[in-house]
Design a protein around this ligand. Structure first.
Ligand code: 3HC
Ligand code: NAI
Length: 691
């Protein structure tokens, strides 16, 4: 029997089965909540029914509240009212879980009297990733069933746990047989009836809470251990306070407290930013202008040229996805060095328990080392990661043209070079694109997929799909200097360099960016990456501070000195030597140093980045403002809770941004000339979100 478009009701013996089918992820929309409430009422009024199973069709159990309904007026029954209906039934309710029981979905399962899941299911409260806390009793019920320490971990991390782990910690009562959930759930309901088991309510349980009473250090230690991870984010602290409340307040008061803190977070710009990021990530995967039925090319074998900093990490991504990789270098020595680093990386992963030591050899067996490009003849995709020099890259692509099989995708990992120019070294520019990975390439989530004027749709669609296969977030960008990410970085570089010449210290610049929420400051990042990346030993001419530091052998962390000095534990201190270099160079340039305020550092750096982002958008190098945000969040550590540079600018209001740019232009020159896009959007009373 259909209750409404998304919920149906049938009876098996004396067990009512409420089935929800609301694609794609059974989010708890108005229709879903109304349908489930109606079905529960039917079951209660049905004299032939003794118990209820709540189950979903499609790929998953409820994936949470419907995020698209956030900020809209509440519609009855609210999730909390639906929970009251379920929790207070007079007939036991069994939640039958497959796929992912997330957020409000798991909170609904927590008011069922019993929970069963298939082994492949996952359970989690991911609200923290949206800048929220579980607002439907998750912070009050989960500690009562799994204990305080586990609840702290689970809710502040937001990462789902496997059904097996959930069963072990008491969150689930039983595991079902894969593929047999409905029957096993009905059987559990029947057993509950046969054995006369009580209507067990999580809210009434206290034994797990009692274990933590009188131990305030649990919370203090947890805050301390995670201080770095939580820095800047508001949601984790609110979550901790709610979990503390389980020990201090009655259940109902804890629920009121949770609601209050949830409302505060929901109204906060951090949550708006993090929700923006959630949808922006999914939007990035969608490519405008490429038909949905575009053929995806099979990628069964990959070639990587160059086993240096980037090539090794790039190759690991494919091996991790089970795809064999042929790795080409110029000498056996370079190959061995590259492979040695890869093996060491895997061994470190294994020593942290994240993979099994006995699997390291198997993973290494996926690599075929070679010193000959001709060994790439059978590869479906070849990625070049050799030195950043156009003649070297063109030489490699010219040779590849004669070796690669017809239709193979030829990709370059260049940071700044013109990919059309590289493609022109082949007779098949339609098969060439950029795959711009970020360092460390086996870790960083971002992959800029660079489309040239000739790249054919199939290779673009395949690259975007491949990004997901290897666990990256692919963002499609156009072929222009530095693409999206590095071009904005270049704008930041210019301001940061200029600021230190005019009178700021590198550490003052770094502190402003750190306080804004970046994981590290600008000069700290340079020292970490290496000041010699892109530096040419032959052509260096003491033309800027960076060249001079390199000439002095100060290449950054790896040589224990760059802008900072580093001790044997890589602990940094501001370097008086670097400061002297800066002061001398400024004097040589005739720049009179002055006091530079933190506000000036903040505005010059961040507004220059926003302005560059706007230009990139206007030129079509990025197709959406949200793509620019994703690039900077996933590739460069822009704080997620500020939503990316374009979202951040919209939050200030573009008229404010425009005024500030004009003032900066008057004071510091045309680097701040406002992008035409900003002018147009302000005139139309719009934001980047409408661009
Ligand atoms: N509300 C609305 N839409 C949602 C949604 C949700 N909670 N979760 C996913 N979607 C949408 C996505 O936007 C996407 O839409 P699109 O196809 O139009 O782009 C579609 O569902 C499929 O999502 P994915 O592409 O992410 O599919 P996957 O299979 O890769 O992943 C998932 C599925 C694991 C469920 C993943 O979507 C996910 O993690 N969703 C978010 C879950 C979440 O954060 N839940 C908590 C919500 S807040 C809450 O419950 C508050 C409560 O405490 C009161
Ligand atoms: P690297 O110097 O660490 O490695 C380059 C490797 O290529 C060396 O091992 C070298 O022996 C090898 N090589 C040179 N010519 C070759 C040839 N003809 N055939 C086979 N191998 C050859 O350089 P890195 O840092 O890995 O950079 C590689 C590319 O990745 C560059 O284009 C760079 O701009 C880009 N890139 C670098 C990033 C970084 O943070 N290092 C980030 C993103 C892109």
């Amino acid at each position: 029997m259909k209750v409404n478009d998304v919920v149906s009701y049938d009876v098996d013996g004396s067990i009512a089965v409420i089935t929800v089918n609301s694609p794609p992820v059974n989010a708890l929309s108005n229709a879903v909540r109304q349908g489930v409430a109606g079905a529960i009422q039917t079951a209660m009024g049905d004299a032939g029914v003794d118990a209820v199973v709540l189950i979903c069709e499609g790929r998953t159990f409820f994936a949470g509240a419907d995020i698209t309904e956030f900020g809209k007026p509440p519609v009855e029954p609210t999730l909390r009212n639906l929970q009251l209906i379920v929790e207070n039934t007079t007939k036991p309710v069994v939640a039958a879980i497959h796929g992912t029981a997330l957020g409000g979905g798991l909170e609904l399962a927590l008011v069922a009297h019993y929970r069963i899941a298939v082994p492949s299911a996952k359970c989690g409260l991911p609200e923290v990733n949206l800048g929220l806390l579980p607002g439907a009793g998750g912070t009050q019920r989960l500690p009562r069933i799994v204990g305080i320490p586990k609840a702290l971990d689970l809710i502040t991390a937001g990462t789902p746990v496997s059904a097996k782990a959930a069963k072990e910690m008491g969150l689930l009562d039983e595991l079902a047989t894969e593929g047999n959930l409905r029957a096993d759930a009905i059987a559990l309901a029947q057993r509950v009836l046969d054995e006369g088991r009580p209507l067990s309510k999580v809210r009434d349980r206290s034994e797990k809470l009692d274990e933590a009473r009188g131990k305030p250090e649990i919370f203090a230690d947890f805050r301390k251990a995670n201080a770095r991870k939580f820095r800047g984010f508001n949601a984790p602290e609110s979550i901790i306070r709610c979990i503390e409340a389980t020990l201090e307040m009655r259940f109902e008061d804890g629920m009121t407290f949770e609601r209050q803190l949830f409302n505060e977070l929901q109204a906060d710009s951090q949550s708006a930013a993090q929700r923006h990021v959630f949808f922006a990530e999914r939007q990035a995967a969608k490519v405008d202008g490429i038909p949905a039925d575009t053929a995806i090319l099979p990628i069964a074998k990959v070639g990587v040229i160059g086993a240096g900093t980037m090539g090794g990490g790039i190759a690991m991504n494919f091996a991790n996805a089970g795809i064999p990789v042929t790795l080409v270098e110029t000498s056996e020595e370079a190959l061995n060095r590259g492979l040695g680093i890869i093996r060491k990386n895997y061994e470190t992963t294994a020593s942290k328990g994240k993979m099994r030591m006995e699997d390291v050899d198997g993973r290494m067996a996926l690599f075929t080392p070679s010193v000959s490009l001709s060994d790439l003849a059978d590869c479906d995709l070849i990625i070049e990661a050799v030195f950043e020099q156009i003649d070297v890259k063109r030489d490699v692509f010219g040779k590849l043209d004669a070796i690669a099989k017809p239709g193979a995708i030829l990709a370059t990992n260049t940071s700044y070079l013109d990919i059309d120019d590289i493609a022109a070294a082949t007779g098949r520019p339609q098969d060439v694109l950029g795959l711009h990975f970020f360092s460390p390439a086996n870790v960083m989530k971002l992959l800029e997929v660079v489309r040239t004027k000739d790249s054919r749709p199939e290779i673009v669609a395949t690259a975007m799909k491949l990004a997901k296969t290897i666990g990256k977030i692919g963002v499609l960008v156009g072929n222009g200097f530095g693409f999206v990410g590095n071009r904005i970085l270049a704008a930041r570089n210019t301001q940061a360099d200029q600021l230190v010449l005019e009178g700021a210290t590198p550490w003052a610049v770094d502190k402003v960016l750190y306080d804004f929420g970046f994981a590290m400051g600008h000069f700290q990042m340079r020292d970490l990456v290496g000041l010699d990346v892109g530096w040419n030993r032959e052509k260096t001419a003491s033309a800027n501070v960076r060249e001079i530091l390199n000439e002095m052998g100060r290449h950054g962390q790896k040589s224990r000195g760059g802008y900072y000095d580093y001790d044997e534990n890589r602990k940094q201190t501001p370097s008086p030597i670097a400061m002297q270099v800066i002061e001398d160079f400024a004097a040589k340039q005739g720049i009179a140093r002055r006091d530079v305020s933190d506000r000036e550092i903040h505005d010059r750096i961040l507004f220059a980045m926003v302005n560059e982002g706007a230009r990139i958008l206007d030129e079509g190098i990025a197709s959406r403002a949200s793509d620019v945000d994703i690039v900077w969040i996933t590739g460069y550590g822009w704080p997620k809770y500020r939503g990316g540079p374009m979202f951040w600018a919209d939050l200030q209001g573009l008229p404010v941004v425009l005024d500030r740019l004009k003032a900066l232009q008057a004071a510091h020159g045309d680097a701040f000339a406002p992008s035409a896009l900003i002018e147009r959007l302000v005139a139309q009373d719009k934001g980047f979100k409408d661009a």
